[in-house]
Design a protein around this ligand. Sequence first.
Ligand SMILES: Cc1cc2nc3c(=O)[nH]c(=O)nc-3n(C[C@H](O)[C@H](O)[C@H](O)COP(=O)(O)OP(=O)(O)OC[C@H]3O[C@@H](n4cnc5c(N)ncnc54)[C@H](O)[C@@H]3O)c2cc1C
Length: 649
Amino acid sequence: MSNNVGSYTVGDDIVDTKAPSGPVEDRWDKRRFGAKLVNPANRRKHRVIVVGTGLAGGSAGATLAEQGYQVIQFCYQDSPRRAHSVAAQGGINAAKNYRNDGDSIYRLFYDTVKGGDFRSRESNVYRLAQVSVEIIDQCVAQGVPFAREYGGLLDNRSFGGVQVSRTFYARGQTGQQLLLGAYQALSRQIDAGNIEMHPRTEMLDLVVVDGRARGIVARDLVTGEISTYLADAVVLATGGYGNTFYLSTNAKGSNATAIWRAHKRGAYFGNPCYTQIHPTCIPRSGEHQSKLTLMSESLRNDGRIWVPKSKGDTRSPDQIPEDERDYYLERIYPSFGNLVPRDVASRAAKNVCDEGRGVGPGGLGVYLDFADAIKRMGRDKVSEKYGNLFEMYERITAEDPYQVPMRIYPAIHYTMGGLWVDYDLQSTIPGMFVIGEANFSDHGANRLGASALMQGLADGYFVLPSTINDYLARGGLDQVAPDDPAVTTTVAEVQDRIKRLLAVDGDRTVDSFHRELGTLMWDECGMSRNAEGLKKALRRIPELREEFWQRVKVPGTGYELNQSLEKANRVADFLELAELMCLDALHREESCGGHFREESQTDDGEAKRDDENFSYVAAWEYTGVGEPPVLHKENLDFEYVHPTLRSYA
Ligand SMILES: Cc1cc2nc3c(=O)[nH]c(=O)nc-3n(C[C@H](O)[C@H](O)[C@H](O)COP(=O)(O)OP(=O)(O)OC[C@H]3O[C@@H](n4cnc5c(N)ncnc54)[C@H](O)[C@@H]3O)c2cc1C
């Protein structure tokens, strides 16, 4: 592309050299057998840094330490068990087929490739489906209290985009219970001296020596001290970047700093424009809101989504008779009904609101109604399944969902994009591995519900511990001296940036910049995108960035607990990443999954993919702030699940 707004250059194609060929069901075994091993006695000689203690990082740290590696682990929260994974509500998928309803590894693989709108790798997705069954056994063995049926067997429910019940859950607190399992495993290794745990410590840069990842530079968030940690490999498990949009369902602290700084050191960024908008969130209530709340997708198992048939109908829901309601998902998609995938449900909600049929303040809401479920199962049963979600809804909205339907609206929830990794989960910087939501790997252009926890734990408990050996065993990892110029330069750059942020001493708060960026991103790079809007955002973001560095006000010093400084550091990164997200969205002139380009839709308004021109992963190489990045394409081949028009009707 040659014009200035949205310009980039195209580099060589990128190939995943680690993915084995042959029958898809044998590939993971083949790779594991082909990967070099590190003998148990030699493992303790290797130090591995793991940044992050969510489900991905927590499981990876515990497993690597159990294998015998020396692990140095970090999180910015006060305790590893407060990682954002704790918020996950609905469940985790596994192809156990306990319900005997036709599920299988192949079906989970098929659903996930199709759900991702044919923009993910078959090899990765098949492995994910294979490993899913082991995750449940691992977690049950750890004592994770999954919901059980009356007879004592593990219970399952269904999530969007599938027609079987394969989601394991612990009421509406699945993430919390899984994280406690991983945290126990982690704590055991901390106690055994195999993990050196650094809570309240934030990675601010990656140390790259001779082209290999050899450590990180981190700031102690309590004292402000900047330190360097060196190792033989670095694992980033730092979560997603949904907070670029300011308002999202993510924890307020979730940020992109670790992956963005690694990107600037040479790690390619895969599909940054693929963000997921979740259909069932509590609608925004005002200008000064700082966070959005998810209502788990599991609620769509029993709740029915509807709006009034007529525009501008402001009657209360109980005054609207049955024949004047439009259960639009059940009408448009009779096979999947309320359980269509998230991207489909979100766009349908937007469409009915755009038609003027939305409910609640500003008309930006649709009903999620449990009246039928309460009639069918009784209030107690509904409460048993969803009680804590109902309570959360009532606390936030002051409305009782047992009496009146919930009001919901789509919101930013998850990022399918992330750092590009190969089949081994290794980035383009040798020695740096990326796991969990921080990588781009398995969900294509749309993640199906209950599959992020599955991927995070697959990566952390099973995949990474089997692939990192290969890298470590190949050696050539001489000790890095603390005064190596690569180390000292990185530290100096981190310190300089903090000084610069504090020196601006301007008149605008960090939050005001973040909020403006978020609004712009939601308007132009949110639920639907078009070239004009994306170009507008691409013009505004560099201006906003410049203004940030001239006017931001960061009170306090760098040598104390300073949350404004922490936020400023993160928002500075969002201001750069946002530009790449818009550029990626602009260049992908097709609709796919969560990326809906208005110029590319079918006659009935569904997303229209362009397989001929866009069946690839976009892996972006950094060339400098505001400089045109380089696009490397990884071609996607489909030998098993052949791309078709995704239909849920
Ligand atoms: C409200 C909500 C509900 C959800 N429900 C479900 C569900 O039911 N099922 C499902 O499958 N998925 C669900 N998801 C998605 C899922 O929870 C996440 O994708 C997943 O938990 C991410 O795990 P992670 O380990 O990759 O990252 P996180 O859990 O976000 O952990 C990131 C870790 O990295 C650390 N970190 C980050 N940056 C730095 C840094 N610079 N320095 C040091 N440490 C750093 C953090 O401290 C933290 O420990 C939900 C998401 C949300 C927002």
